[in-house]
Design a protein around this ligand. Structure first.
Ligand code: UDP
Length: 244
């Protein structure tokens, strides 16, 4: 899979369909495969945190979750065909699944159970073998790990927000025992109906970030990462990363 380096993070230059096919390839292979879906905020975080950047670069697949990453890649002259949002990649995989066992880990208590009901209702080829909320202490973490290992899901979704989910996956990669593990932020909240995604027209116009800002104005601080990201990309384009 061809990748392009976006401020030090290797992102797959692939379409949504190719990303989905790649996940199915991983499901057929042995051993654990990691899938991350960085947006510009995550890439900016990785720029400041080398250990986190290294974790992202160990992934078997890193897709461009945000439109900012797609624009950034274009500016750098290494285009990515389209945005592959984590939630879209997940639903594409679930839609084409046939007897896929899935484990849902993350979000507030009760959310993963609601997401399980929704998932099994919408996707005939999916059965959810376990759920755990994302608020735990060390003792509970051991129980969660033991439960995941015992259930041996094909696909484990870890939805703890970035960088916690990627760090958790990396730290426990030897103990997990799933075929594919995906770090997917607020996806369980969306599946459970706790958070609504933007209407399609916003997504098509590349304005999902704007819709989210309108709905959750408290995210303004986090979302300033997007213009900052594009500014850093422009600097890299003009000065070849030698400006700092
Ligand atoms: N979360 C969690 N445990 C934590 C911190 C966060 O399970 O210790 C969950 C939180 O409830 C939310 C998700 O992680 O469901 C992060 O959502 P956010 O919208 O921040 O993620 P994004 O999709 O923007 O990366």
């Amino acid at each position: 899979m061809k990748t392009v380096s976006i401020l030090g993070v290797d992102v797959a230059a692939c379409s949504r369909v190719r990303a989905r096919d790649k996940v199915f390839e991983m499901l057929r292979e042995t051993g654990l495969h990691m899938v991350f879906t960085p947006n510009s905020e995550i890439i900016m975080l990785a720029r400041k945190n080398k250990a986190f950047q290294d974790i992202l670069n160990q992934a078997d697949l890193c897709t461009a979750d945000g439109i900012g990453v797609v624009y950034g890649a274009k500016i750098l002259g290494t285009p990515i065909p389209e945005r592959v949002a984590g939630f879209d990649l997940l639903t594409d995989v679930l839609q084409h699944a046939n007897d896929l066992s899935v484990y849902l880990f993350g979000s507030k208590p009760g959310v993963a159970e609601k997401a399980k009901a929704e998932m099994e209702h919408r996707f005939a080829g999916v059965h959810v073998v376990g759920t755990q909320n994302g608020y735990f202490d060390e003792a509970q973490e051991q129980l969660i790990l033991a439960d995941i290992r015992e259930k041996q899901p094909d696909l484990l979704l870890v939805c703890l927000g970035a960088p916690k989910q990627e760090q958790w996956i990396w730290q426990h990669r030897e103990e997990i025992g799933a075929k594919v593990v995906m770090g997917l932020g607020g996806s369980l909240d969306v599946l459970a109906g706790e958070v609504k995604r933007a209407p399609d027209i916003f997504i098509k116009l590349g304005l999902e970030w704007f819709y989210r800002l309108l709905k959750e104005p408290q995210r303004i601080g986090r979302m300033m990462a997007l213009p900052h990201f594009l500014l850093v990309i422009l600097k890299e384009k003009i000065f070849g990363g030698k400006s700092e």
